[in-house]
Ligand binder design. Structure first.
Ligand SMILES: [Cu+2]
Length: 419
């Protein structure tokens, strides 16, 4: 029996079509006030004559809707990627699986690792019956490549492709995530690391290292994700149909949909009877998110991967606040050095034994191998050290010395799943 398995399609009995559409619209709603036309290619875009964007969808999303202001020049490095979105089953722990929206069938998505100044070209293709984008968090992309649905691009629908093209800058630890219905889609797995390396890395000069680790910290309310993805599956065909039908989208706008060209239009729509989804949620259709599993790279303790070090070695650990909660990472038996924040190298390293990793932030630390053994490295916010309310678990891993035995420390690893 799989207690937390999310069975798509058979539990969405309370779905209300009107509410659902409203939710989808609300996710895009923050961007809806931006009336800047991202399309700079009017001769080939059927929306060009329509100033009421974003109420219409462009069914052909295979072209970026922009005149690139900067393009790769001869001799410059261009890395080409294909990123696909699929609905997969993702195992957080034995007996705990969720459905996930996954970049290239991985949670987290694949790690991008490139040199500063290189070009990134991503063909982003959607195989799910939902809308997605990629936001390149911390990268100085052109605005049109920022991945904000209806703000800078049309959200990418079923079997559509959008091409991102930008230069990787600045150097440092960054990440990427979906920006459509972000609270759901990031919980559902749409995040990954984006590391931009520099030939002149001050961290490497100060703390020479060979091994490094990237830990994306996040959390999930499995019940919320199950309810929402079930609802999305039920609506999938309708969403696909709308995506290919700008006229239907326009007709529904301000009735079932909620994309408005101005604040005044939104207020007027409410006067005309449109019920915003947040008002519907007050009647109990939508409940607040309550995370119950806390993950490092998509896994909870004891399934998290260990960090490895040897006596005298430095390791770099890139911590990414990919979720919606702050986490306070504490290492037993060592102080460590905070060397970068949000990708930028600190003027001088700061010594910690516990360091906050806030949502949307990246925090790089260097651990020095000074105390052989095996040591806990975990969020010190105790709620995150549980699996569905049972301790120990969650956002926890171990720093393991490869040479512990030679250094005289003998241990037998024990996996604890309850107290
Ligand atoms: Cu998405």
């Amino acid at each position: 029996m799989n207690l937390y398995s999310n069975t798509i399609m058979n539990t969405a009995k309370f779905m209300n079509r009107r509410r659902f559409l409203g939710q989808a619209a609300a996710a895009a709603g923050t961007a809806a006030l931006c009336t800047q036309q991202a399309n700079a290619n009017p001769s080939s875009d059927s929306n060009a004559e329509n100033s009421s964007w974003p109420v219409r969808f462009q069914p052909d999303a295979t072209r970026p809707r922009w005149y690139p202001r900067d393009m790769p020049k001869a001799g410059e490095v261009v890395h080409e990627y294909k990123i696909e979105i699929d609905l997969i089953r993702h195992e957080i722990l034995p007996m705990v699986e969720t459905y996930a929206y996954a970049y290239n069938k991985m949670v987290p998505g694949p790690v991008f690792r490139v040199k500063e100044g290189d070009w990134i070209k991503v063909d982003f293709h959607n195989n799910t019956h939902d809308f997605h984008t990629i936001h390149w968090h911390g990268i100085e992309v052109p605005c049109e490549m920022d991945g904000v649905p209806l703000g800078t691009q049309y959200p990418v629908g079923y079997q559509q492709t959008f091409q991102y093209l930008f230069r990787a800058q600045p150097a440092g630890t960054h990440y990427y995530h979906c920006h459509n219905m972000t609270p759901l889609h990031v919980q559902a797995g749409m995040y990954g690391a984006f590391i931009v390396e520099s030939d002149n890395d001050p961290v490497k000069a100060m703390f020479p290292y060979e091994r490094e680790y990237t830990l994306a910290l996040s959390e999930i309310d499995t019940n919320y994700v199950r309810e929402q993805l079930n609802a999305m599956q039920q609506m999938g065909e309708v969403m696909d149909y709308m995506n290919g039908s700008p006229k239907l989208m326009e007709k529904m706008n301000g009735k079932m949909m909620g994309w408005f060209a101005s604040r005044e239009d939104f207020v007027q729509a409410v006067k005309n009877g449109y019920i915003p989804p947040y008002a519907q949620s007050m009647s109990g259709y939508v409940r607040p998110i309550q995370p119950n599993f806390f993950m490092i790279n998509g896994k909870s303790y004891p399934m998290t991967d260990h960090l490895h070090i040897r006596s005298g070695e430095n390791i770099r650990v890139r911590l990414i606040g990919a979720g919606m909660m702050p986490h306070f990472m504490h290492l037993h038996g060592h102080d460590f050095w905070h060397v970068c924040q949000d990708g930028a190298v600190l003027a001088s390293p700061i010594r910690h034994n516990t360091i906050p990793v806030y949502p949307g932030c990246t925090t790089d630390i260097v651990i020095q191998g000074t105390n052989p053994g095996c040591w806990h490295f975990h969020d010190h916010s105790d709620i995150s050290n549980m699996n569905n309310g049972v301790s120990p678990g969650g956002m926890m891993t171990m720093l393991m010395y490869d040479d512990a035995e030679q250094a005289g420390f003998h241990f037998k690893e024990i996996i604890a799943v309850n107290t």
